[in-house]
Ligand binder design. Structure first.
Ligand SMILES: NC(=O)c1ccc[n+]([C@@H]2O[C@H](COP(=O)([O-])OP(=O)(O)OC[C@H]3O[C@@H](n4cnc5c(N)ncnc54)[C@H](O)[C@@H]3O)[C@@H](O)[C@H]2O)c1
Length: 443
């Protein structure tokens, strides 16, 4: 497994300030293991959690977790006070007591009674949130895509491994019956030899036109921007809309490719150590929302070549014809059978388009319960970080090829691009805005 090599010592970590990823002077470094080692959670103990990034998908994850009898939500953190009231109410109604509130996640990570955190921040924050959390001894439920670039993804997986932390990534399809049935069916060989995988998501939203405005008093915009490049505040670049900008998001490919391509990779692999592409080509641009502010393309066509198994994976986003689901993954066999899976179902067709019956495999427990169980058992969850680094990097490779405007080649053993092509793009590696620094872990 690519990330399963020798673990590292602290001295092997590189970075100008050792493993400390930020230089803000007033905060104690959260990486100091001896000081911040988390308590170990026994089988009968409550799992005490904090949420970083309220109001959106993080709030949804918290709502799933708060239902679990083993879980106690103790703290909420957001850089925008206006994003917190609903989540404060959810916690207060459940326990009859308000949660502790934070504006700086590093302060929350200092708490020894917190065992784990949910990361629901935008993509440009995941790497620092997660690495600081595992350095502080916390297990993590992290939203997808795991990172904003390839360098971050590798360091995050290595850091989680080094600190032996249990990380579940929010690709919840891995815990739903239609998707697990599709993956099991393909792996069983019943579909036949795979020739092609097709993954898609229709692009339905534009970013609109932004107007420079004063930063609202409820928002710590400096902390929202974090390691991303500074830009003047515009509402349509911040909450939820950050995903359409290279600086903070990963476009539709990082947003939805990471779900649909993930299922394609899982079906083509024997287990959660995923096959990765060797050659990647991508074309794309603003062909639909031509007048809006986004710089990430609204339309993408990408082809990835795999060697073992020998097949092509096609990823597509943009406008589409009606008549098929607006997203999905299709596995196509050499004799033309097609298995289609999406969030609404699972269908098998013969080579002439006639629908065939297909049996479902037994349902699993839900994605959030899987994480809770694994935190207690210390087993790897279904969307573990080593595996999700492979999916996330595969999606980043599409964005890298797009920005490089040429085909690129990937070596899974070395977990790196072959040659220089693509290495100067933001999705291979981004310079962090000072004083933020990415702690680099290898392994
Ligand atoms: N698994 C899924 O199906 C799914 C669905 C939607 C979104 N997501 C993922 O969830 C993440 C969040 O997406 P969203 O649409 O909810 O975004 P959002 O912008 O709606 O919410 C993010 C929240 O994080 C806060 N935040 C930003 N920087 C912070 C920091 N440094 N500390 C604390 N809080 C900070 C923001 O103020 C905001 O309230 C993304 O990574 C996204 O890809 C996953």
């Amino acid at each position: 497994m690519a990330f399963d090599e020798k673990s590292i010592t602290r001295r092997e970590l590189i970075g100008a300030a050792g493993a400390v990823g930020f230089a803000a002077a007033s905060i104690r470094p959260v990486h100091a293991e001896a000081t911040y080692r988390a308590r170990s959670v026994g089988a009968g103990d409550k799992l005490v959690l904090g949420l970083i990034g309220c109001g959106g998908m993080g709030a949804n994850d918290m709502k799933q977790l708060i239902k679990k009898p083993e879980v106690q939500i103790a703290a909420l953190c957001d850089v925008d006070k206006n994003r917190m009231p609903n989540d404060i109410n959810t916690v207060t109604e459940k326990y009859g007591k308000a949660p502790e509130l934070y504006g700086d996640y590093r302060k929350m990570l200092e708490r020894k009674d917190i065992d784990g955190v949910i990361i629901g921040t935008p993509d440009h924050w995941h790497a620092l949130n997660l690495i600081h959390a595992v350095e502080a001894g916390k297990d993590v439920y992290c939203e997808k895509p795991i990172s904003h670039d390839i360098t971050e993804a590798k360091s995050m997986a290595a850091a989680a491994k080094h600190y032996k932390k249990i990380v579940q990534v929010g690709t919840w399809q891995r815990s739903t019956q239609d998707f697990t049935s599709a993956v099991d069916y393909v792996r069983s060989g019943k579909l036949g030899k795979l020739a092609k995988i097709h993954c898609w998501k229709v692009e339905e939203r534009g970013a609109g036109r932004g107007v420079h405005a004063p930063v609202p008093p409820n928002l710590d915009f400096e902390m929202w921007t974090g390691p991303a490049a500074a830009f003047p505040y515009m509402a349509n670049h911040v909450h939820n809309a950050w995903r359409w900008f290279y600086n903070t998001g990963t476009g539709k490919t990082g947003d939805w490719g990471v779900h649909m391509i993930d299922i394609g990779l899982l079906g083509a692999s024997k287990d959660t150590d995923l096959v990765m592409p060797t050659e990647i080509s991508a074309y794309g641009g603003k062909f639909t929302f031509v007048d809006d502010d986004r710089d990430a393309p609204d339309t993408v066509q990408a082809i990835m070549r795999f060697k073992d198994p020998d097949l092509l994976l096609h990823w597509e986003t943009g406008k589409d014809q009606p008549g098929r689901p607006d997203h999905g993954t299709e596995f196509v066999s050499t004799d033309g059978k097609t298995l289609r899976v999406w969030r609404g179902g699972l269908k098998l067709f013969d080579a002439f388009g006639e629908q065939l019956p297909i049996e479902q495999t037994p349902a699993t427990n839900d994605h959030w319960q899987n994480w809770v169980d694994c935190v207690k058992s210390r087993e790897q969850p279904r969307s573990n970080i080593a595996s999700m680094a492979q999916t996330t990097i595969t999606c980043h490779l599409i964005n890298v090829a797009l920005l490089a405007q040429q085909s690129i080649t990937w070596n899974k053993e070395k977990m790196d691009l072959i040659g220089k092509a693509g290495k100067d793009t933001i999705y291979y590696h981004r310079e962090y805005r000072k004083p933020w620094k990415l702690p680099i872990y290898r392994g």
